[in-house]
Design a protein around this ligand. Structure first.
Ligand code: NAD
Length: 476
């Protein structure tokens, strides 16, 4: 089975390094609340050494031609393939999700790694015409320097890959702050990367809490770019702190994503995708569907089918007890305001952090539970009269990450994709499932306008330089 060390160190300058103060924090098993391992409780001094290492090793990494950097990243991908089962076991142990789901996540991370390893051969700039005779104009991509990467715990190996591969292919070095709920996945990735030939200090990995390790990383003056995947509340703080020194910031934040079921939808397909979008990964996806918007003429029949299907759902735990208690409290407040719990609404018996798959109705679109992300297996059903009101309700959110519409009408599908205020629009499937070679990101409070991954992530991690070459005809 998994061999997660009892104590997980940082990776600094290619070496396993405990926190300078020799402090540790407990990582609990979400399935039963027992101690899984401890991880280095890093603070400012640890961040300083990690950034120092990244800074010292960045120039030589940047000097390696991008094609060769890509070959090293390709070797990391091969290392991930060699250890794929083990990675999946670690992900499953840390998150409580099934081995099958964890393995599926490793497939996504590997696909992304492959895509970016090959980007070394395609780090395109642009050549264009000049307005002047004997003058040539072009752009090239250059690294920024040290990248600070901060991630959430929901899909740990995918989240690591999503940040590390694009940052490194562009010639940056990096300090990755692992999510405190998934220290082992990040630690193991660091080990695979080193064993696969990544030079020491190009990727430093820090364990620790957000305020103690994440905040000093964001505030570090030597960081050229901060890329963050996490909550909107923390994203706003990061934007402010890094903005003060004009460091580049990429924010992949929360969502409260709508899935619309029209009166002409294939209801079986819509039920299937609603269940997957609301409850897979225990609803812990930025792209999960938490607002199910249903046409009035099929509301009763769809609700009945959905409740029946929800009874069959086998759910994993949420990541920690605090998140679970947040959800229970939010559901409790909604109930006090008159919400009707169709199914679920409570913790499942036992010591694990299991939230029952929950469907709620009779909630105002303005209610707290309609507007705030819960990041768990909780979805609200709304009844609407027609396409226009469905679209208006879909857009009535502070978030704008993903959306889906189920319909057989090409007219509704196209209009929905055009008008829905999200970074991703889907027809007849789930609200999640973005592919690694495609740009992902959100509008409004779901992000700050950047897109990762896809080739668009290269814009996050590289600087464009214009180059003009002038020819003196006298010298020919
Ligand atoms: P969180 O914001 O609490 O934590 C995310 C990371 O930020 C953790 O590593 C944490 O230690 C760190 N952190 C916390 N406070 C910090 C601070 N002040 N300065 C620097 N770093 C800090 O989020 P969470 O609850 O762990 O994760 C769930 C959130 O992540 C949800 O909102 C979800 O939608 C979002 N998410 C977004 C995407 C996306 O691509 N848009 C993907 C996955 C998760």
């Amino acid at each position: 089975m998994t061999e997660i060390p009892k104590q997980i160190n940082n990776w600094i300058e290619g070496k396993e390094t405990p926190a300078i103060a020799r402090e540790w924090f407990d990582k609990l098993n979400p399935v039963n609340g027992t101690l899984l391992c401890q991880a280095a409780r890093s603070r400012v001094a640890d961040i300083d050494t990690a950034v120092e290492s990244a800074k010292a090793n960045q120039p030589s990494w940047a000097d390696i031609p991008p094609v060769q950097r890509g070959q090293i990243l390709h070797n990391i991908v091969l290392g991930m393939k060699t250890h794929q089962e083990k990675i999946a076991q670690i992900v499953a142990a840390e998150t409580g999700k099934s081995f099958e789901d964890a393995y599926g996540e490793t497939e996504g991370a590997i696909a992304l790694g492959l895509f970016y390893a090959s980007e070394g051969q395609r780090l395109y700039g642009r050549t264009t015409t000049s307005g002047n005779l004997n003058k040539y104009a072009m752009t090239v991509r250059q690294p920024l320097g040290v990248a600070g990467l901060i991630i959430a715990a929901n899909t740990p190996i995918a989240n690591v890959a999503w940040k590390v591969f694009p940052a490194l292919i562009c010639g940056n070095s990096a300090v990755l702050k692992a999510a405190e709920d998934t220290p082992a996945t990040a630690w193991f990735f660091g080990k695979v990367a080193l064993e696969s030939g990544l030079p020491a200090g190009v990727l430093n990995i820090i364990q620790g809490y957000g305020l103690e390790a994440g905040a000093p990383l964001v505030a570090h003056p030597d960081l050229a770019v901060v890329s963050f995947t996490g909550s909107t509340a923390v994203g706003k703080v990061i934007q402010r702190v890094a903005g003060d020194r004009l460091a580049r910031v990429s924010l992949e934040l929360g969502g409260k994503n709508p899935l619309v079921v029209c009166d002409d939808a294939d209801l079986e397909n819509a039920v299937k995708w609603t269940i997957l979008s609301a409850f897979s990964n225990a609803g812990q996806r930025c792209a999960s569907a938490s607002r199910i918007i249903i046409f009035a003429s099929i509301y009763d029949i769809f609700r009945e089918k959905l409740v029946e299907a929800t009874k069959q759902v086998k759910i994993g735990p949420v990541i920690n007890e605090k998140q679970l208690n947040n959800m229970l409290a939010a559901v409790g407040r909604a109930k006090e305001e008159g919400a009707k719990i169709l199914i679920g609404g409570s913790r499942l018996p036992g010591e694990g952090y299991f939230m029952a798959p929950t469907l709620i109705e009779n909630v105002s679109p303005q209610a707290e539970i309609s507007q705030q992300e819960l990041f768990g297996p909780i979805a609200i059903l709304y009844c609407v009269q027609d396409f226009e009101s469905a679209l208006a309700l879909a857009n009535d959110s502070p978030y704008g990450l993903t959306a889906s519409m189920h319909t057989r009408s090409i007219h509704r599908a196209v209009k929905f994709c055009e008008k829905v205020q999200t970074g991703v629009a889907v027809v007849n499937a789930g609200t999640y499932g973005s592919e690694p070679h495609m740009p992902f990101g959100g509008l409004k409070q779901s992000g700050n306008g950047t897109r990762e991954p896809g080739t668009e992530a290269l814009d996050v991690y590289s600087e464009l330089k214009d180059i003009y070459i002038n020819i003196d005809p006298e010298q020919l």
